[in-house]
Design a protein. Structure first.
Length: 111
């Protein structure tokens, strides 16, 4: 399940979470038309967010990977809620840590 938000940095407001790109476009368009007369606010932000409400585009690569894995695991339990389940966070940590350990082991074996 993908989640999106629109943020106007001029008004310092953030839209509710929407699940479709068309709904995100509608949120931003309605805000621009009603509040700013159709103008596009400087530094506005819009895009896909994780279950913690952070924009994926603003996360460092490893944190974005962790968040995508934890999001996918949490979505197995419940698609509509926000936040990570503790077992999803642990699973993402173990998966990334295990992959790094395996890569180190293989590198040490063949070097
Ligand atoms: Zn605004």
């Amino acid at each position: 399940m993908r989640r999106f938000r629109y943020r106007c940095t001029i008004c310092r407001t953030t839209s509710p979470v929407v699940h479709e790109l068309a709904d995100l476009a509608a949120e931003s368009e309605v805000h621009r038309q009603t509040i700013h007369g159709g103008h596009i606010p400087d530094d506005e932000m819009a895009g896909q967010i994780d279950r913690l409400g952070r924009w994926y585009a603003t996360l460092p690569p490893l944190a974005a990977l962790y968040s995508r894995i934890a999001d996918a695991l949490s979505d197995l339990r419940d698609l509509k809620t926000m936040g990570h389940y503790w077992w999803a966070s642990a699973g993402a940590t173990l998966l990334i840590g295990g992959t790094a350990a395996l890569a180190l082991l293989l590198a040490a074996t063949f070097l």
